[in-house]
Design a protein around this ligand. Sequence first.
Ligand SMILES: Cc1ncc(COP(=O)(O)O)c(C=O)c1O
Length: 377
Amino acid sequence: MKIRPFQLERYFARHEFSTPHLLCTSDCESVSVGDLLQLESGAREGLASLWLGYTESQGGPELRKQIASLYEKIHPEQILAHSGAEEAIFNFMNTVLEAGDEVIVHAPCYQSLGEVARSVGAKVIPWPADPQQNWELDLGFLQDHLSDRTRVVVVNLPHNPTGYLPDPGFLFELSRLSDHHGFLVFSDEVYRGLEYDPSSRLPCFADINERGVSLGVMSKTYGLAGLRIGWVATSNRKLFEALAAFKDYTTICNSAPSEYLAGLALHHHDRLAQRNLGIIRNNLKLLNAFFAGHRDLFAWEPPQAGPIAFPRYLGGTVDDFCEQLRQDAGVLLLPGTVYDDPNNCFRIGFGRADMAQGLDKLKAYLTPPAGSPNRLL
Ligand SMILES: Cc1ncc(COP(=O)(O)O)c(C=O)c1O
């Protein structure tokens, strides 16, 4: 198998653990194992007595039950647990695609959503979000690019990196097109639950149509990336069985302590999500004020959901800006070029509790003390 390097992950591999201020992370504030165990009496003993043999390859019954509670119609036996969302993406694309198939992918996107399909020999057609329309996706574009070879359409809503969220009518129309044309839908919903206005939350695709899967993970909304627990939900039994059989060649089953802790966390999912939404709301106030004071340098459209946004840099080349900022101020932003996006944007992340410190460093960098040279000129 030949696959292009994952540009975003390579960027984080270089800089994440050596740059003091991370201002572009896509996850939310995490907690310690001790914090999780305090959520319920008996949890500490439960973890200590956990058997460390192989776990069930589809995910343990308690974990699948807790995951299913996030959906309207999906049952525990329609949940397939994975090691992170990343494994689920890899396995799905390898299971359903063949060389010559066509895949239409929401763009810009978390690279593996398109790259794995490409590595299988599928033709990947980017479905570009429109930066002039707050990163809207045009269903007319999709209809114009459907063919009898279209096997999968990929959407990521709420969207990484723009924070875009359409209204539910979009999803129902996608579902109708999927029925009509026969393609599958891979619906990456890893930021679901982080809508700033709860009434704007979309239905899960798996709840409305058996022609697709919903992708979920502990990493983003719940801030528990270190557990490496993700899942797909689907009412399509044939697809489920095929995905389960492929997983025997990747991880077989998950880590038992991770499954235990993920089940415990999901029992309290609303509490964890609300805590992270509170952090996001506070941070967004700071960002709105910051961008209002720098209209000459940045074009900022507030996002609708999630812990990330994708403002445009107006002061030069975004790669140079991000690199200089990292070197001089120890602040990490993510240039949009790692998404192959041509709009001179960068990703900013605001799901973590220490965002204000990074933002203060960015402010200081943009406004050097009187007498010192302005690095942007
Ligand atoms: C849209 C999207 N999908 C999937 C993933 C993969 O999630 P994980 O790293 O938890 O496997 C990410 C991670 O950033 C993401 O942003």
